[in-house]
Design a protein. Structure first.
Length: 266
């Protein structure tokens, strides 16, 4: 049974009994945003993370979505990527291709992955250039507040340490404000070399969803959502607050178990 959604400090929290219920609701959410964006702009620009999030969007490959979604209007991006070959087990592209892209008719030329044959720094520069060109072409909107790209939807997972994308707690790139895409060569979680959207880009999206499952992430979810006070460091997940967009947290009961005031009954 899906548990009621509720608002908390400007965030919408949706808590579900299990990952399957979450996955079904997430598919509905994405399909509705896709339809609205295509009706308004003619395209749907969506940026994905890797990890368990990818398996949770798998319902989109099934009926009715595989037939009702206008896949030809989708443009796919990565919020972050490991700088490894696309065939490497650590590649977010490989995971998304195997679990999602290979199962739906998205136009190949609309899938924008990184150049995996250059350094992390060059890959970040190249990826930002691609995004800037697509902003000029109006495939991606632009924020009216800060001139950052305004993706229709950014989908984020969260690590047990509260990281989102490849923005890790206490890492210098967390504070990057000037670039749209930056890079790291010393990720605390392997592999070490990665590119990532910066926080201003994430917070410029029209819609952001943070998807979290499992008891191992409950403490980080509590710290990020409850913003427990000055004695605790600000977690990257807690800094995801769209400046002119909507934010939804999708959690299962286990991940939401420590959030203050979390509602577990309708």
């Amino acid at each position: 049974m899906a548990l009621s959604g509720y608002k908390k400090d400007g965030r919408e929290l949706r808590v579900f009994e299990n990952a399957d219920e979450l996955s079904c609701n997430l598919a509905d959410y994405i399909a509705e945003l896709s339809e609205a964006s295509i009706k308004e702009r003619g395209v749907f620009a969506i940026a994905l993370s890797g990890g368990s999030l990818v398996t949770l969007i798998g319902k989109l490959c099934e009926a009715p979505y595989n037939k009702t979604v206008d896949w030809a209007k989708w443009y796919i991006f990565w919020v972050d990527e490991r700088v490894v070959a696309k065939s490497h087990a650590d590649s977010n592209y490989k995971l998304v291709k195997e679990c999602f892209l290979s199962k739906v008719p998205i136009v190949h030329g609309h899938v924008h992955s990184i150049n995996d044959s250059v350094t992390a720094e060059q890959a970040a520069e190249d990826y930002e250039f691609v995004i800037r060109q697509l902003v000029k072409a109006r495939v991606i909107s632009v924020s009216e507040i800060n001139d950052c790209p305004k993706f229709d939807l950014i989908l984020l997972g969260m690590g047990p340490d509260g990281h989102v994308a490849s923005l890790f707690p206490n890492h210098s790139v967390f504070n990057e404000k000037d670039q749209w895409v930056t890079f790291i060569t010393d990720s605390p979680k392997p592999p070490p070399e990665r590119i990532t959207f910066t926080l201003p880009v994430i917070n410029s999206a029209s819609n952001v969803a943070v998807v979290v499952t499992g008891a191992g992430k409950a403490e980080a979810a509590h710290l990020a959502v409850d913003e427990v006070g000055p004695d605790y460091p600000a977690l990257p997940a807690g800094m995801v607050r769209p400046i002119n967009g909507d934010l939804v947290w999708f959690l299962d009961i286990a991940a939401a178990s420590k959030i203050e005031g979390a509602k577990f009954s309708e």
